[in-house]
Every structure is written in structure tokens, then in C-alpha cells.
Design a protein. Structure first.
Length: 256
């Protein structure tokens, strides 16, 4: 069966409250898994770009396959910073305190980074001798680092509206098929439209760094030039824009 938006709005604050009560170690471990899954999807994008010479065709194939990352999280278990920005809905509903939400987001962000770095290290070992792959990894990271901060922020806001929509719609289904079908198109859109996702970018930069890109990118380029505005944009898109719209439309006047 599928659940209506109203039913989801009534149910989600309790889901968020349970998440906020998890021990830090369990949250971190699940976030490492989340980072691993998104990094594997990002690795697929890199490999696709190397295999398919036409860049537009490569991007389309990547967009069609990238939902596997979020699918593994929703079905197999995992925590993702961008999806957990939905917890703002429970904060406004007064089911979760703001500091509890920030605690979850901080732990999950760190775990996502760790999971992304693990996959980047394995990819460097597995594909580091392939010149075309290494070059593609470095170019992808350099392109992201070169984005103006305002543009990166705006792309990140758009990204997390779509990611949170995917997570929200995934909650609407009960079966594996329903969840996968519900979340699929929003993820395709966020990849195809060239938006910015902080966890995917963690992998992109880590893989370029481990592929010998230290001379091309400084930590300032990575952290301040991209990850900071992208993380902030993801937070605004998920916690303010998407969750705020849900709260205003479905939760504000509800009881309980």
C-alpha cells in the first residue's frame, strides 16, 4: 500500500524522534554505510564517464543508475545527511529538539565523510593505474572546486529539495518495489540537472585527492570553495525549503 502525504506528515515526526534517540555509535555506523552507498553510486558515474565518450550520453546513463545509491540506503539501511535534513519537520512539530537534530546531522555528516573516504581509497587502489580514470576523477573535482560559491549554493538548494522529495516519497511505500519506484525520478532529476550534493562531492574530492590530485586542489578549495556552500545549500533546501513547505501545508494546523 502507499501512504498519503497527510499520513506521512503524521507519522514522520515519530520516525525522526526515534532517530534522534539512537546512540552516537550506531548513528555513525549507519552514516558510514550511507556514505559508502552514495560513494559507490558516484564511482559508477566516474566509470560511466570513462566508458562512454559522449558526455551527454554518459550523464544520462549516470542519472538513470545513480538512484541505486539512495535505494541501498532506504532498503538496506543507512543514514544520509541530506535526507536527515527532513528532521526539521519534527523540530517544528516539537517532537524533536533543535539540538537533538543538530547532533544527528553532525554525527551523520562525519560518518558520511568517513564512508566516502573508504570507498575513495579502495577505488584508488582498484583503478589508480588507469590513466583515463585518474584524469576523469581529477577533472571532475577541479570542475566542482571552480564553481562560484553562490552558484554551488543554489545548485545545492535545488539538489536537496529533490533528495528530500525522494526520501519522503520513499517513505510512502511499504514494499521494496514501491519505495524504489517512488524515489527513483527525483534522484534522476537531481543528477541530470547538474545539482550539487555534499556527500557525493565528498567522494569526488577524496577520489581525486587519492588519485594524485593534491597538487591541483588545496584543502581551502575543497572545504571552503565547495563543501561549505554546498553543505549549507543542502541544509537550506532540505531543512528550510522542503520541510518548511511540508510543515506549512500539512503539519502547521494539525493536532497531536
Amino acid at each position: 500500500m502507499t501512504h498519503t502525504p497527510e499520513a506521512l506528515a503524521a507519522r514522520y515526526p515519530d520516525i525522526a524522534r526515534e532517530k534522534s534517540a539512537k546512540p552516537a555509535g550506531a548513528l555513525f555506523a549507519m552514516a558510514v554505510l550511507g556514505g559508502v552507498y552514495v560513494a559507490l553510486a558516484s564511482f559508477m558515474s566516474q566509470a560511466t564517464g570513462v566508458m562512454i565518450a559522449a558526455p551527454h550520453a554518459a550523464k544520462l546513463v549516470s542519472a538513470l543508475l545513480f538512484p541505486a545509491g539512495l535505494g541501498m540506503i532506504l532498503i538496506g539501511g543507512g543514514e544520509l545527511f541530506t535526507g536527515d535534513c527532513l528532521m526539521a519537520l519534527a523540530v517544528w512539530k516539537r517532537k524533536v529538539g533543535p539540538w537533538r537534530m543538530l547532533r544527528v546531522l553532525a554525527i551523520v555528516y562525519a560518518g558520511n565523510f568517513a564512508g566516502s573516504a573508504v570507498i575513495a581509497a579502495l577505488v584508488a587502489l582498484a583503478r589508480g593505474s588507469e590513466e583515463a580514470f585518474v584524469l576523469a576523477a581529477r577533472e571532475a573535482a577541479a570542475a566542482k572546486a571552480a564553481l562560484p560559491a553562490g552558484e554551488a549554493f543554489a545548485r545545492a538548494v535545488l539538489c536537496n529539495v529533490l533528495v528530500c522529495a525522494a526520501v519522503w516519497m520513499g517513505y510512502a511505500g511499504d514494499t521494496v518495489g514501491e519505495k524504489m519506484l517512488a524515489m527513483y525520478l527525483p534522484v534522476v532529476l537531481f543528477v541530470l540537472c547538474g545539482t550539487e550534493h555534499c556527500v557525493a562531492n565528498m567522494y569526488v574530492f577524496a577520489s581525486a585527492w587519492m588519485a594524485g590530485g593534491q597538487n591541483l586542489l588545496t584543502m581551502r578549495d575543497v572545504l571552503l570553495g565547495n563543501l561549505a556552500p554546498v553543505t549549507l545549500g543542502n541544509a537550506v533546501g532540505g531543512a528550510a525549503l522542503f520541510s518548511g513547505a511540508l510543515w506549512f501545508a500539512l503539519v502547521r494546523d494539525s493536532k497531536g
